[in-house]
Design a protein around this ligand. Sequence first.
Ligand code: FPP
Length: 248
Amino acid sequence: MDTNLHIPESVAIIMDGNGRWAKKRGLPRTMGHKEGCSAIERLLPEASDLGIRYLTVYAFSTENWKRSAEEVDGLMQLFRFYAGRLLRSAREKNVRVRMIGDRRRFQPDIVASINRLEEETKDNTGMTFIVAANYGGRDEIRRAVMRYAEDYKAGRVPADAFAGPDAGYPAGELTERGFASYLDMPDVPDPDLLIRTSGELRLSNFLVWEAAYSEIVVTDTLWPDFDREELLRCIDEFNHRSRRFGGV
Ligand code: FPP
């Protein structure tokens, strides 16, 4: 592997394979999620030390509510348990924690701990760790459209959200940047690298807008087994891609 790796600024991960990890061991699926949480805990300081500036992980999708009550409840208990531990490791590593997704559907105590994590780490200047919870890319766009429509009605859309003469489309139309300012985290750069574990070749409604030009690397490793070495292998593959963003 190249020892002089260029570290991408913004990395996103679809942490898949917890269920399969558990099944292989004859354990309940929730044990796979618990190991998945430990994998995040181990990876956080490594990612920060490598110099990644933004790390976004897909913790719970808008579709995950369809899983059994037992599994959903197990995941909620893990959120509760790991929120405190995450706060401690974020403090240690100067990491800022943020959340994307619609938190209104969570129990009030979970919303409170998400708010606390964000509030107490907001001045940290190291890596930003973004947890996508009750997140769906389509849902994020839907909520953005609703916020935009409200602002439009109230005459609150900033003038620079509309196209000038050189936009490539008629002046006065909403620009992509203008629209993106209504998404959940407009100040976070789009992921350069999007990693999916456990071999599936889908986006699964993750960062539908933001991943338009992300390099996608899929590894067969199940999420609980994902570690620094595996992250470096993904970054190495990223380093061999040629990014043209639609140019030549
Ligand atoms: C996919 O594995 C994983 C999830 C649906 C949840 C991932 C969540 C965590 C690792 C916990 C995150 C928690 C915090 C506190 C940040 P799967 O169940 O779809 O696996 P399978 O495809 O093998 O069944």
